[in-house]
Design a binder for this molecule. Sequence first.
Ligand SMILES: [Zn+2]
Length: 287
Amino acid sequence: MIEDKRFYTFVFAPTAKSQLRKLNVPHNVIYAILGFAIVGLLTVSYGAYRLAQHAVLVARLNLIQDENRQLKERNQEAESKYDLLQTRLAALDTTQRKLAVNSGVSRPDEVSRIGQGGPEGETTVSDIERATAALESELRQMKDVFDKNQIRLSSTPNGWPVRGYITDGFGMRGNPFGGGGSEVHAGLDIATNHGTAIESTADGIVIFAGPHGGYGNVVVVDHGYGLTTRYAHMSGIDVKVGDHVARGKKIGAVGSTGRSTAPHCHYEVRLHDRPVNPLNYVSVGRS
Ligand SMILES: [Zn+2]
């Protein structure tokens, strides 16, 4: 290798008034200095690049931590909402339990577990879904029972067919037409003005409407469950056989047709066609 003997000559003045000075620097030294400078520059650049990279990572980490914190908060919020829902379901469950006892509906197993929480004591969405579904199915069963009871209630004679004075009760009585002897009076006699509206005392279907011996003009309503009512001595009839009548529907007017001495409504309630005391049916289900 040939040694480089060349120099770079630098001319400079230390101050404005001083003489010029010369400095001879060998090429080798210049190249060495340049080499160090380049290596130094590269090192610094790489360092700066790594620092920037680090800053980006730190920023991302902060972002993720923020998100994580928000998610945790939302999670806690959801959990407390589940707990609240569970509490409300348990309250509903208590109410429904009482209704179930009253309506005679046997409770599904799932329902009785409401409010006990999961094995870890935490409420989950599926716990709530299960509890809600169980309550819903029980409610449907209870609705069926209530509907049937409702039909039964509206089909049971209740109240008075007409307002007036009870001139004769149910049971044995003397012959009202004289001549001695006694007879069984199969209903109530309610006296009031001729023409007063007579109303059906329950929902039902008219199975007879017309004159019938001593009853005079009579309407017989079948209410199901073995119950019928009859309203006799009418001056006029407003319904015909096959008509559906609701409780309170006008079916005719007070008169004195048939075996009667003055305007009144002879009202009978029959269970399996045997006359029973209508007084037992004038306030069914009323307090
Ligand atoms: Zn009578």
